[in-house]
Design a protein around this ligand. Sequence first.
Ligand code: TGC
Ligand code: FAD
Length: 392
Amino acid sequence: MKPDLFQAPDYYNIDELLTDEHRMVKDAAREWVKKEVSPIIEDAAQQATFPTSIVNGLAEIGAFGPYIPEEYGGAGLDQISYGLIMQEIERGDSGVRSTASVQSSLVMYPIYKYGTEEQRKKYLPKLASGEFMGSFGLTEPDHGSNPGGMVTNFKDKGDHYLLNGAKMWISNAPFCDVAVVWAKNEEERIHGLIVERGMEGFTTPETHNKWSLRASATGELIFQDVKVPKENLLPGRSGLGAPLSCLDSARFGIAWGAIGAAMDCYDTALRYAKERIQFGKPIAGFQLQQKKLAEMLTEITKAQLLNLRLGQLRNKDKATSAQISMAKRNNVEIAINIAREARQILGGMGITGEYSIMRHMMNLESVITYEGTHDIHLLITGLDITGIPAFK
Ligand code: TGC
Ligand code: FAD
């Protein structure tokens, strides 16, 4: 792969709107990605392996629990810092950002928000340091967009719960030490349970042959009569709203992350277009290529502003789920379109692993599907503006 010469586009001087702490956090993550992710990520993706060597670094830049309070091992940062870290990591690779998103928003967040003090103390510091890796089990083979229909269930057996069922498409599953699993009790009410590797009857087979997110490990969570101690239930909230509130946090991180991937594609295409000579001049001098580059930068700039405003609202706890959906949907769509246009600017070179664009493009096919598909987010906006649900 070519050396990482990334220069971030910032057409509207958005950096000026950030605090010193935001800039410090962003720069540290950017430098770390250049040094530790860029040199190894193409090989990891080609070989379809999760690069375990980056776990410690992710913990050091605060990517595991950026907004979790420091007393539990988190970085104690605000939502904009969280977004900036996700943006920089996904600039390197969406799969690496996935690992951080799941660990932070889908494992640490529910334990912090809905767990007991004992659960927080037991799990959060280890998750923040990367000693423990976590996964989040909501999706099932027959229940993806409609998680409320889940059939994974647990029964009260007096001194423990007995868990049965299966989750599919689970990021980090093959190597997770703990899984936050959503299942129905005997009254059909959804609860979160912390399941630990080593519990009898709990297995995590890996999903192979993916053409997307190849540097992220995906798998299943299978529960066959797993005895889960009663103290592993998350008592703070039940019902579908509990896992969906975790998705709000993860979707917010994706809205920022996708812009990172888009920025990398734009920057790569711009540099290539200035250097590549055809018909006696750089292809950047042709109007058709300028149209592509100008439109990419316009969309990136609009999405950066959307993210910043959403971050300000999140900092005041005022962002609605529907606002987060709009940003996730818009930003992933513009990122995937930018990746496709950027790939064309590179011509044949665009399909090789010499450049990051094709990898981003393939990764974004997962990003536009997970955490709520593109169409589901549109329906969430539709519901918000009309008051009429069109899901069923
Ligand atoms: P609905 O009846 O609308 O809602 C059920 C209850 O939930 C409440 N609620 C929310 N609460 C908090 N945050 C949200 N975003 C919420 N959205 C809804 C709602 O108020 C209600 O509460 P209550 O008290 O009245 O019961 O539910 P529905 O069954 O009609 O479904 C709505 C729909 C389709 C929007 C929802 O199911 C949905 O978002 N589906 C998409 C599923 C999804 O996003 N799955 C993601 C799995 S995790 C993942 O992909 C991780 S990838 C990680 C990575 O690698 O980066
Ligand atoms: P389906 O729900 O079957 O949808 C298929 C198509 O039908 C989509 O286009 C969808 O938009 C459309 N559709 C569905 N319902 C409607 C409707 N009401 N109206 C209109 N169109 C509709 N899940 C987890 O729980 N944890 C994870 O860590 C996780 N990681 C993932 C990692 C990867 C790489 C991938 C690909 C997925 C991951 N997922 C995870 C699962 C992901 O959230 C689901 O794939 C996603 O929610 C969609 O579910 P589905 O694949 O079953 O598609």
